[in-house]
Design a protein. Structure first.
Length: 343
């Protein structure tokens, strides 16, 4: 198949990965439609989205607004590709190109339509995931399916990585890592479609009766309830680790972002557990005299978890060990009988 003439819609870092791969594959990117600059962190300065920044750096033609239909029609595109764009595209544009418009969605549709498919899947404890390439439709993520691919993080890790023990968390990635992996897989499927676009006409309608809808992520939902089982808390932490949000808890009224789980084997530290089950959930395990290498271990309803990385409000990210040797030791008002408690 000859190189396709493409109009690309996308905004974030995952969309940038797709766009970069399309450029490397030598397809003709006629135009990129992305989002305008906005305030993306604390402060008042606006900054460009990753896709716009990439276009500027690589001299790719782009627009920060959806162009008029006649302007797009004058470009004579073969196909439109949409990846993490975030806005509704008018139907007259969707149906404009010869081969229509494709959308990369990081779930095994019709499950998890909407804005937070990977976050929701991880939070729900799913262990197998998927990516779908669909024909774009006016209804959200409801178009006919052209290609789908299941993705199991464990199958994509080194075969000699243990499936039990301290490495288990590695096989259960965060939203940020998993989303990137799914977009990489989806981009490969898009390239296959571009090589043989005739398969687009064989797209199969989704079973709408099986559809589930995700919702926009709300920061308040990241508040950790330490009375939940260990696995549920770990899934919440991994789900909110998406590059923009984070799970959180409080210590003495101070908000603490919980960013990453640790991998320390707890049996090396919890030799004397006779008193620990009586402790309040959310207690940070105190080892009489904290050592520099001690991990940050917190009690849950039925177990313990290790926190590898966290961030105090208004401060830089630190490791669990740094938190113990800095914040906790400086307060100097905790003991084995009176441990610090997250809530």
């Amino acid at each position: 198949m000859k190189n396709m003439k493409i109009i690309f819609f996308g905004t974030d870092e995952n969309a940038r990965l797709v766009l970069q791969t399309l450029l490397i594959s030598l397809h003709n990117i006629l135009l990129v439609v992305t989002a305008p600059d906005k305030i993306r962190s604390r402060g008042t300065k606006k900054s460009p989205a990753p896709v716009k920044r990439f276009c500027v750096d690589n001299k790719v033609s782009y627009s920060e607004e959806i162009p008029e239909v006649k302007d797009l029609n004058n470009l004579s595109p073969d196909i439109i590709i949409v990846a993490s764009y975030g806005k509704i595209i008018p139907s007259e544009i969707i149906n404009l190109p010869k081969y229509g418009s494709l959308n990369l969605h990081p779930s095994f549709l019709p499950k998890y339509r909407g804005p937070s498919p990977v976050h929701t899947a991880i939070k729900n404890g799913d262990e197998s995931f998927g990516v779908s390439i669909i024909k774009l439709s006016e209804d959200i993520d409801a178009g006919p399916i052209i290609m789908q691919k299941e993705y199991d993080p464990a199958d994509n890790w080194e075969k000699n990585t243990p499936k039990k023990g301290p490495f288990l968390n590695v096989l259960r990635p965060s939203t940020k890592l998993l989303t990137t992996s799914l977009f990489i897989e989806g981009t490969e499927e898009i390239l296959n479609i571009l090589e043989k676009p005739s398969i687009i006409k064989n797209a199969k309608a989704q079973d709408h009766s099986l559809a589930t809808m995700t919702k926009k992520i709300e920061k308040k939902d990241g508040h950790i309830n330490w009375n939940k089982p260990k696995r549920e808390i770990e899934d919440l932490i991994r789900a909110f680790n998406d590059g923009n949000n984070s799970s959180y808890s409080y210590l003495d009224g101070q908000r603490i972002k919980i960013l990453n789980l640790g991998l320390a084997p707890l049996e090396d530290y919890l030799k004397d557990v006779s008193r620990l089950p009586e402790r309040k959930v959310g207690s940070i395990v105190y080892f009489h005299q904290w050592q520099k290498s001690d991990p940050l271990i917190v009690t849950t309803k039925n177990d313990y978890i290790v926190i590898n990385e966290l961030q105090l409000e208004g401060k830089a990210k630190i490791s669990g060990e740094e938190f113990i040797n800095g914040t906790l030791k400086q307060k100097n008002n905790y003991s084995y009988e009176n441990p610090p408690i997250l809530n």
